[in-house]
Structure formats: structure tokens, C-alpha cells
Ligand binder design. Sequence first.
Ligand code: HEC
Length: 149
Amino acid sequence: MRTIVRIGLAVAALATAPAVALAGPDTAACKMTPSGPALAPDLTAGQRVFLRCRSCHTLGQGEKNLVGPNLHGVFTEKPGAAAGFAFSPAFKKGAPARWTDQGLSAFLEKPTKVVPGTKMIFVGLPKPQDRADLIGYLRSQTGAGPCGK
Ligand code: HEC
């Protein structure tokens, strides 16, 4: 009996272990919509999704702005806070007061729907799990706590 419990625990530990060690906790769930499911992010998968953002965004503290702003502190500071980046008037007017997981998920699903007229030219990420993975990864790389906090 005791052995079975131990094996069960070992399997559970293996199942939750990330394939690649990335900084930051990855167990808290990312909320995709106010009423929708909370999904556990896979940071390694999120790193792959970020390949679609990388030509325009850096994540590390003090890294430079590209076509889009550096995203360090994006969950903890006000939207549009990146120093030296010229945000569009549409963004200044239409961005929320703060990026929650839900709000950022909606923006990444279809940027022009959340901020009409934004100069972020990106078609969007239709899959909730892609957005959860990416948001978990972004949090881990931009100095924020885990998803859901
Ligand atoms: C073609 C370039 C481009 C791509 C690709 C792109 N972005 Fe952007 N992003 C921008 C620009 C430009 C802005 C500024 C928007 C504005 O001023 O209207 C922006 C703004 C943002 C913001 C708001 C920043 C803030 O200070 O609040 C976030 C968050 C963001 N992008 C995340 C992403 C993520 C995540 C991806 C990948 C899924 C992505 N972007 C893909 C160009 C891009």
C-alpha cells in the first residue's frame, strides 16, 4: 500500500516537472477569460510561442525597444510604460489601466479588437492554451509573479 502511494507521488512529480528549467514558477494557472477556464502554463511551450513576438519585443530589464516596446514590467507597471517608445494614440486611449492575465489574453487573441487602431500588427493567437503558455512565459521573463496573482 505504502509503495503504491510513493509511486503515485513520484509519477505526479514527474508529470509536473518542466522539460527545460526556466526562471519562475509555472504551476499557477493563467486565466484566459473572466468566465473561462484557468489553464496551467507550460513555460517551454510558451517560449516557443514567443518566437512569434521576438522580432518586435525584448523581455529583459533594460533591453532595447524594437518595432514594439520592451516588455519588462508589463504586468506590474501601467501599459505603455516602456521608456523611449512612441506608443500610438490609439493605444494610449484604448489600453486598459493594467494588464491582467485575462486582459492580456484578450489582447493577444486579437489585438485590434481590444485596442482598435493599435500599431501592433499581429494577427492574434486563437488557441487558449497557446495564450496560457505564453502568458506564463512572459510573466517568468518580465519580473512578474506567476499567473493568477
Ligand atoms: C510586428 C511587430 C509586433 C509583433 C509581431 C508583436 N507585437 Fe506586441 N506590440 C507591437 C507594437 C508596435 C506595440 C505598441 C502598440 C501601439 O502603440 O499601438 C505592441 C504592444 C504590445 C504590448 C503592450 C505593451 C505595454 O506597454 O502595455 C504587449 C503586451 C505586446 N505587444 C505583446 C506581444 C506579444 C506577446 C506578441 C507575440 C504573440 C506580440 N506582442 C507581437 C509590435 C508587435
